[in-house]
Design a protein around this ligand. Sequence first.
Ligand code: GDP
Ligand code: MG
Length: 598
Amino acid sequence: TPLSRIRNFSIVAHIDHGKSTLADRLIQLTGTVAERDMKEQLLDAMDIERERGITIKANTVRIDYPAQDGQTYVLNLIDTPGHVDFAYEVSRSMRAVEGSLLVVDATQGVEAQTLANVYTAIEADHEIVPVLNKVDLPAAEPERVAEQIEDVIGIDASDACLISAKTGVGIPDVLEAIVQRLPAPRGGDPDAPLKAMLVDSKYDQYLGVICIVRIVDGTLKKGDRIRMMKTGGTYDVDDVGVYRPAMTAVDRLGPGEIGYLNASIKQVRDTRVGDTITHEKKQCAEPLPGFKPSVPVVFCGLFPVDTSEFEDLRDAIEKLALNDASFSFEMETSAALGFGFRCGFLGLLHLEVIRDRIEREYNIELITTAPSVIYHIFMKDGERIDLHNPADMPDPSKIGHVEEPRIKATILVPDDYLGDVLKLCQDRRGIQLDLTYAGSRAMAVYDLPLNEVVFDFYDRLKSVTKGYASFDYEMIGYREDNLVKMQVLVNDEPVDALAMMVHRDRAEMRGRAMCEKLKDLIPRHMFKIPIQAAIGGKVIARETLSALRKDVTAKCYGGDASRKKKLLEKQKAGKKKMRQFGRVEIPQEAFISALKMD
Ligand code: GDP
Ligand code: MG
């Protein structure tokens, strides 16, 4: 296909504004999929993606569209994950296309992820076509939302497409707009050395690793020997093809085209999103610019509830890691929780997705320790330690200062809830950077410590705004603050799994809350148990769990032996779920609940 008849684009939107539904309609209207094979959310493949309504891996589909000018165009749609955890992947896949449809729900207006995603598209030099969706709903206010797009984003929305992705109204206009308003791919010499971008890769149970590629220069064919320029791996190409959306083999992929390659690559780990693919024999002079591997920013410990499942957990984690280069892990032992793994994630959603998959697909019940960020510990002797686990905190007397990662958070919220949002940000040590209004919505921009956000910020934000706020963030670097390690001691023994980094000013409050919770969660023993929170040697909060006077069987009057036996059995079963800690037994739920803030 000549470049002039190719259009590559993505759809950017806030969650639930109708991206997947629009993609379905485009696929359906062009007859890309037979009517009987049509099902909803065609591009969202993974179960968890479907359930949570998020797209984790980039997907692509090729659509043949006979336009009004009589020519048939090839439209390649790349569907990208819209979530902040996967921001790097999004920005890479955006570079594989030349234009974007900006979908905004005409009943809602611009939201935080609308902004984050459209700015990524603008940075990638995209031509942007605004699309106002859900005009079938009585609450739709397309004029107001068009004005808001111009005010807030600063792009022309006077000729936005007004559509209902649900009913199909306006979809033909979207197809024409793609052809007429989005640019054809630039440059592209079919005879030049191969230069292709690895947009994403995923594991297929039957075929192994499949790479989605965008050809910039040259031609990719079956039988070619290719080289990944950054990772250095070389492979023989078994197959090339395109998604319609079913995998369809083609002879070759040329400049401007997007498709897949299959080259018997064993693990997704061997591929890196953003890498440049070239021919082993005739290499291109320079790789595509701007490659950076994504690095984990949130860490936590994963331990099996049943200690005998440690090997199963190892197996599950290793399998998942094969297909997720951004997920890191190493073995960790905890006096309280036994053997487990310290794992690194791109963000909280990533953490949740992995944890869910381990519990669901591998049937292992997990204890997750408090998520933590990476602190930079500057020692007095000049050494810098990157602290992934509060339990590894060095001797405080040798520490010069501690720096923590900060984020720039953008929050959009209806005016009515603004006060609550500002208070929440203040409580989390936020520094206000900006506060502006667009219509009846406010946009607050805050500089916040990532640590205060990884716990439960998003949940709190949703609850104080009844779900009306939207939130997005980016990392902005490290800053010094008064950060200390808080330990929890049960019966005078430190419980490593409950150690956490806190700001000194908030330590008392957190310590008190933790001790109170544990007092309720730990069952009484035959002796008195002090529960303390401490910084270094200094106790900052304390509760005492009083001693139990009678044993449980004392409740059974007289000789009801079977009842007595039952009770003892119950006790034994309960014990399995306890962790012996010094002389104290702590139930699993105590760890889980104690780590949640409220
Ligand atoms: P995404 O998160 O952006 O992919 O959004 P979806 O395509 O999954 O749509 C979110 C919800 O909005 C779904 O329940 C859709 O059925 C619904 N929806 C999408 N487009 C329209 C529309 O044009 N009109 C109405 N009434 N509902 C729509
Ligand atoms: Mg979707």
